[in-house]
Design a protein around this ligand. Structure first.
Ligand code: FAS
Ligand code: PHB
Length: 392
């Protein structure tokens, strides 16, 4: 079997890249180890940057987004017993964010690839890559009990943090940067309408909390917890009690309670691998980087990588130039370090770290007051939250 671009992974990065290439007449094959239903059902990110929203519309994926996406103009930070609304739409000169769950993005992309007859193999784990430096890359995978191989011009490693593609970069070439945080997020879905139309953060001395939105009747809720927390330790009563304590403030409608339909703990990590390319192998998305979900940058950074990589493949195949491919890693890393900076900075600002001194807690409060209460503070948050420019 042969294709121009072999793609490992059918998450948002792999699917979006395949869709972009198809629109430009470039052939690709996606190889995914999980089943199609499992990939589509995974609950993850919930917020699209302005650039991701525009990318989906430009690439013909905007129909359901227009119907179901909830445009966001501000975040409500709760600290000191008060609401501090940060209008990032006004501060950024009109840029927005959209609540549109990742599983809806994946569904839109999966439907588009299926309609276009895209070649996708599911329940097909990639076992190894061969020849990424000699100009004849091969992806080895298993499918329906048989060993298979895909010959290609290039390999896009879109196989997430626990994939195999990053390991194809030799240890004396790759450098990884890693920080694991001493807390996690207990994430929940509840059948309860959000009390206001805006995502709300609780920056409380007992720990962080967030109320986000998935639909007019479903809220996405998060509570800072131990990194290895067992969700079963959290009864519904304990969950609602902590959410009210960390989020409710006088003068604002309290959190609405409802049936909790999903509960899971997400670890918090900052990770980045350099370089993001090696020979004919190009890493995109979580295969190259992980950010704490605080800044809603995981999905959006994957899309930013894919936009750069897709345009670079178009330049190669349609204009015969390899300039952008050669610069892919540098282009993505320049933006990704700024995304790491924003995500890690927010995460450090709003969470309670074990052993935090009173001095550090007071600095956190000063950071929050500067970010929400000054023009430069609001502008810096707004530029990052709605999405930094994506370099070509
Ligand atoms: P993905 O991990 O989505 O996709 C990689 C794909 O590769 C998977 O389908 C996997 O099965 C496949 N794969 C792996 N190894 C393979 C192999 N050997 N062979 C074939 N296929 C293989 N981001 C936010 O912005 N906000 C959030 O609130 C948020 N919450 C998250 C919660 C959780 C529990 C997790 C894990 C992540 C969360 N993220 C969040 C980050 C998340 O959205 C990622 O950034 C996003 O899925 C990245 O997309 P991909 O790079 O495509 O990687
Ligand atoms: C989410 O809805 O998952 C979400 C919203 C805002 C954030 C992070 C995550 O800053």
């Amino acid at each position: 079997m042969r294709t121009q671009v072999g793609i490992v992974g059918a998450g948002p990065a792999g699917l979006m890249l395949s869709h972009m290439l198809h629109l430009e007449g470039i052939d690709s094959v996606i190889i995914e180890r999980a089943g199609k239903e499992h990939v589509q059902a995974r609950l993850r990110a919930g917020v699209l940057e302005q650039g991701t929203f525009e990318m989906m519309k430009e690439l013909g994926l905007g129909e359901r987004l227009a119907q179901r996406g909830l445009e966001q103009h501000a975040l409500d930070f709760r600290f000191g017993g008060e609401s501090h609304r940060l209008d990032f739409h006004q501060a950024s000169g009109g840029r927005s964010a959209w609540v549109y769950p990742q599983h809806d993005v994946v569904t839109d992309l999966m439907n588009a690839r299926t309609r276009a007859g895209g070649r996708m193999f599911f329940e097909a784990p990639v076992t190894r890559l061969e020849g990424v430096r000699d100009g004849r890359p091969v992806i080895h995978f298993e499918h329906e009990g048989k060993a298979q191989r895909l010959e290609c011009d290039f390999i896009a490693g879109c196989d997430g943090f626990r994939g195999v593609c990053r390991d194809a970069i030799p240890a004396d070439v790759i450098k990884v940067y890693d920080r694991v945080y001493p807390f996690g997020w207990l994430g929940m879905l509840a059948d309860a309408p959000a009390p206001t139309s805006e995502i709300t953060w609780g920056c409380h001395e007992d720990g962080f909390a967030m109320l986000s939105i998935r639909s007019p009747t479903v809220t996405r809720l998060y509570l800072q917890c131990e990194p290895d927390e067992n969700p079963d330790n959290w009864s519904d009563d304990r969950i609602w009690s902590e959410l009210h304590k960390r989020l409710d403030v006088p003068g604002m409608p309290p959190v609405n309670e409802g049936r909790i339909t999903q509960k899971a703990v997400t670890a918090m990590r900052s990770f980045l691998a350099e370089p993001m390319q090696y020979g004919q192998l190009f890493l995109a998305g979580d295969a190259a980087h992980i950010v704490p979900p605080t800044g809603a940058k995981g999905l959006n950074s994957a899309m930013a990588d894919v936009k750069v990589l897709g345009l670079a493949f178009v330049e190669h195949y349609k204009r015969g130039s390899g300039t952008w491919l050669a610069r892919y890693s540098d282009t993505c890393l320049k933006r990704m370090w700024l995304v790491q900076r924003f995500s890690a900075g927010l995460c450090t600002m709003v969470h309670q770290f074990p052993g935090n001194s009173d001095f550090v807690r007071r600095l956190q409060r000063a950071d929050l007051e500067y970010m929400t209460g000054t023009v430069p503070g609001r502008l810096q948050f707004a530029e990052n939250f709605t999405g930094l420019p994506i370099g070509a």
